[in-house]
Design a protein around this ligand. Structure first.
Ligand code: SF4
Length: 87
């Protein structure tokens, strides 16, 4: 095996190690248009939090079960959530 093949395999192994765990999706939150409705924190308090006095939510976890992320994306009226693994 050449050094180049070793290098490519090493990169593949590194990417596998960095991949989102099975059954979970990377959650991206862009609260730029957030209206502050609070639906996300009620729907998934383990994933989205809200500090007292803040105007916008923050991510408690940057990964969520697939179905939870789907619900966050569906219920946020401003489209603030995205699937980081969809591309
Ligand atoms: S559901 Fe969307 S608009 Fe409502 S608080 Fe959460 S991020 Fe903001």
């Amino acid at each position: 095996m050449t050094n180049r093949q070793d290098s490519v395999r090493g990169m593949d192994a590194q990417q596998d190690a960095m991949a989102t765990p099975r059954g979970l999706r990377e959650v991206l939150l862009s609260p730029g248009d957030c209206s502050g409705c609070g639906a996300c924190t009620e729907l998934a308090p383990d994933i989205v939090g809200w500090r007292e006095g803040d105007e916008r939510p923050f991510l408690v976890s940057d990964v969520a079960p697939d179905g939870v992320l789907t619900e966050l994306m569906a219920f946020c009226p401003e489209g603030c959530f995205e699937d980081g693994d969809a591309s």
